[in-house]
Design a binder for this molecule. Structure first.
Ligand code: NAP
Length: 536
């Protein structure tokens, strides 16, 4: 597309080597664009590079999370477990990068410090932390939704003299926890994965819980030889299902409502759900389980009973049972041995709702009931979800407008891929992107963006900028439909976990069907929505 005056002038600059960015680099190159991917980490993986804490693993089935664009790739990579652990995931992503010879167009340890749109040249000037500068016609910021770790403003956090870690910034060389006194603050999906995996090694483990979550078993297993063979034989139908299913999973939906069954049958079905893998507890549950309050309460009571059975100490069990939200109001974590870990004498639970942290000292954590000393404090306190990375990248659009100002009241987007005033900038896998098995939605967006770029090239358009009316319509849909979903403002999906962040829904509340239908309309209208009108 471009006449290349220097090797720093490219068609497409991709930011982020997560699942989405790697795929975007592949698609852009395949379509004949010159492309470069820059990544702040020292290797590929994105969230699966940074979140290398012990126990980190998929909770979507491995073969539904990986790429589907190449049958050969699918055939040759044998996932070892239905829910792969971080090391295997990282190996897979490195394999993909090498398999498709992508590494030569990737730069690691390269953090974007600013991206400024030059209106005269109709190009982005992108600066990196090492003083390199690139001029790109298009920027695709695949910076992810869970890439900016959140540390709460607890007094004295910097004073701690031991080792202070965040699950989302786990050291590449690992951490020796053997015989150490360890604290974990936070009991979201990350904290509850970490607890059982380190419990046996450490001298003591104290879990600081502000609010418990509705955790149910992941029910992971090794993939048997017969299953491996079925996956290969059925690749085309698996791909078809994943490419069209509502939430990007293979799971069979359930057309029954809870009260279609007798009380006895419901209990039997809850038992089936408890023993079913991962997200089937949402996708294959009674179709009204998230919205029918009595059924939801009954399912919660079923889980509470399980927790009481699994945890020996009654008081601890009771503290592990959520009282402040129904099932599905927040993203539920999936666990393996989490509740059982509290049966170890050296593992304890501090209920921060009763005794909040007053401060961190040089030696440990002080709460209303005194100081406990530690060698390691792990902050499993989550992320500035959705907009965190994009708002920190120094993105400046038309007339120098800062993206973080444009989104001061929360994100407004078209299809979760573009926003007005920031021409030639795309952000697949960001705000308004996914609401299910992320790589499937994000891959849909990458495919779409690639078609938009190809269309612009064919027409000789150098500027792609969404019509404000289309953006208003999409954003209005996201905000309105969010009110009908199961997640509420108690969830970080509304930005609630970060003080001062606008309360605005950050997922695609229309889901994949809405994404597909709007994409189909855009294509039918020959991408007109992306062609700015000439000035009058
Ligand atoms: P999270 O779900 O946001 O959980 C953060 C935890 O930190 C919560 O328990 C929160 O308590 C606590 N916290 C925050 N501020 C605190 C404070 N000031 N004092 C005490 N506790 C505080 O973060 P996460 O566990 O990292 O998970 C984020 C998301 O990453 C997940 O929902 C999931 O989408 C993804 N993830 C996926 C997997 C996987 O299996 N594939 C694994 C890990 C993470 P409150 O609840 O009271 O706010």
């Amino acid at each position: 597309m471009e006449t290349h005056e220097s090797k720093n002038e490219i068609d497409v600059l991709v930011v982020g080597a997560g699942i989405t960015g790697i795929y975007q680099l592949h698609r852009a190159r395949e379509a004949g664009f010159t492309a470069l991917l820059v990544e702040s980490g020292s290797g590929p993986g994105g969230t699966w590079f940074w979140n290398r804490y012990p126990g980190a693993r998929f909770d979507s089935e491995s073969y539904t999370y990986g790429y589907l664009f190449s049958k050969e790739l699918f055939d040759e990579w044998e996932w070892q477990e239905h829910f792969a652990g971080q090391p295997e995931i990282e190996r897979y992503l490195n394999h993909v990068v090498d398999r498709f010879d992508l590494r030569r167009d990737m730069r690691f340890d390269a953090r974007v410090t600013s991206a400024v749109f030059d209106e005269r040249a109709e190009r982005w000037t992108v600066a990196l932390n090492d003083s390199a500068e690139y001029s790109a016609r298009f920027v695709v910021a695949a910076t992810g939704v869970l890439s900016v770790p959140f540390f709460p403003a607890v007094v004295g956090r910097e004073d701690f003299r031991g080792e202070s870690l965040h699950t989302g910034l786990w050291p590449i060389d690992g951490v020796d926890m053997a015989a150490k006194r360890v604290a974990i603050i936070g009991t979201g999906s990350s904290g509850v994965q970490l607890v059982p995996v380190i419990a046996d090694d450490v001298a003591s483990l104290t879990v600081y819980q502000r609010s418990p979550n509705w955790c149910t078993p992941l029910n992971n297993a090794a993939i048997t030889a017969a299953e491996q063979s079925d996956l290969r034989v059925n690749f085309e139908s698996i791909r078809e299902t994943l490419n069209t299913s509502i939430a990007g999973f293979l799971h069979e939906p359930n057309d029954k409502s809870a009260f279609d069954d007798t009380a006895e049958d419901r209990q039997a079905f809850y038992e089936v759900m408890w023993n079913s893998p991962g997200f089937t507890k949402l996708t294959s549950h009674y179709k009204d389980i998230l919205f029918e309050p009595t059924a939801n309460a009954e399912w919660c009571e079923f889980i509470a009973t399980k927790i009481r059975e699994l945890v020996d100490d009654e008081e601890t069990a009771d503290r592990l049972i959520p009282k402040d939200h129904r099932y599905g109001e927040k993203r539920p974590p999936f666990v393996n041995g989490y509740f059982e870990a509290f049966n170890n004498a050296h593992v304890s639970l501090v209920d921060l709702s009763a005794t909040p942290i007053t401060r961190i000292t040089e030696a440990g954590i002080e709460t209303g009931s005194g100081l406990e000393e530690f060698d390691i404090i792990v902050w499993a306190t989550g992320f500035d979800f959705g907009t965190g990375a994009l708002n920190r990248m120094g993105i400046r659009g038309r007339e120098g407008r800062a993206l973080e100002d444009h989104w001061a009241d929360g994100p407004c987007t078209f299809l979760g891929v573009q926003t007005t005033g920031f021409p030639n900038l795309f952000f697949p896998g960001g705000p308004h992107a996914a609401a299910g098995n992320n790589p499937r939605y994000n891959g849909d967006q990458v495919d779409f963006i690639t078609e938009v770029l190809i269309d612009a090239r064919e027409r000789g358009n150098s500027v792609i900028e969404v019509d404000p009316a289309a953006e208003d319509e999409w954003t209005g849909m996201v905000d309105r439909w969010a009110r009908h979903g199961s997640f509420t403002e108690k969830s970080y999906y509304y930005g609630t976990n970060v003080p001062g962040k606008p309360r605005r829904y950050l997922l695609n509340s229309g889901g994949r069907p809405k994404l597909f239908s709007v994409i189909a309309e855009v294509i039918e209208n020959e991408y007109r929505v992306f062609r700015p009108s000439p000035p009058e």
